[in-house]
Design a protein around this ligand. Sequence first.
Ligand code: NAI
Ligand code: MG
Length: 362
Amino acid sequence: ANKKLLIVAGDGIGPEVMTQVKRVIAWFDKRQGLTFDVGEELVGGVSYDKHKTPLTDEVMGKALEADAVLLGAVGGPKWDNLPFADKPERGLLRLRKEMELFANLRPALVFDALAEASSLKTELVKGLDIMIVRELTGGVYFGSPRGIETLPNGERRGINTQVYTTSEIVRVARVAFELAQKRSKKLCSVEKANVMESGVLWREEVTKLAPEYKDVALSHMYADNCAMQLVRQPKQFDVIVTDNLFGDLLSDCAAMLTGSLGMLPSASLGATDQQGRRRALYEPVHGSAPDIAGQGKANPLAALLSYSMMLRYSFDLAKEADLLDTAAKNVVAKGFRTGDIMSPGATLVSTTGMGDEILKEL
Ligand code: NAI
Ligand code: MG
């Protein structure tokens, strides 16, 4: 049977960039015989408008049955004043939670032609290709006790708790080790074992796994140093694995090494089900960009590169993923640019225009 893809394009530029992904899916079907069963459903504000909820149970069920979910973006000013439970973002959070997506993969990859767009000197980032694996369902964002309490002396106290269990650490570390095996075989595990108990446990558990991945060179680094090293000499890294909080900060930091939000893909991987399938959701890092929505200005490359991550990580289709990644690189190298990555002398193209160039290049 064909693998099942669920597309939830969402709001704002979500549908615009996903339209280009659908063209590429059709190209692979026609030219490479790569056929998926593609379903399409609503999530976010568009779902709220129709069903009064940002994600229906029916769509949630379809996401759980799919081999991979592709998401555009959710949210926008139209829905900003809804109660918290109805907000578009809740649709995405529910997907992440019920699919148990515990490993967030954020590549920071710099196309040679765009190295000047980085916040750093060109030579520091040219050829950069690193992957940050962020633990996504545990740690201080979810630990209890949490809350704001009033002390007997009248002072108030805000509480969050950083907690990690061995199984939470081991499963995300395994994802990172396996990725490192498929890449440059270097893994850097990041915590603050010097001041945090969860960091001590993290380091111990990751170290214990190392003998199972003898081909991977494992190193450890404190998170504050890692932030510094990412800016000082980012090319020293291959795969970084870290917790939810540090991963949030370090992945945003690494993102800016690459220059544009419109170029950044991501994957979130979850538990393996009874049939041996790993739940997975692929989405561009950017949001719904209401400022440019509906104008044909959105850069579809982040969404297209997310699709290529799906081919690579959910279906082991490295050759097909390379084909798409190379097409994206070549199109940019030939000077075709959407507004967000525009530079002097380059050719400005629309969202559809970028899709056209990708298809020509393929
Ligand atoms: P944003 O990522 O939507 O936009 C930030 C800036 O980057 C804007 O100027 C936008 O035009 C530009 N930009 C983003 N993606 C682009 C692309 N593909 N091509 C060209 N330019 C691009 O973040 P913002 O403005 O903070 O949030 C807008 C809405 O999106 C909010 O409702 C927010 O909650 C939602 N959001 C949703 C996310 C998701 O669905 N995963 C992630 C981040 C924000
Ligand atoms: Mg963040």
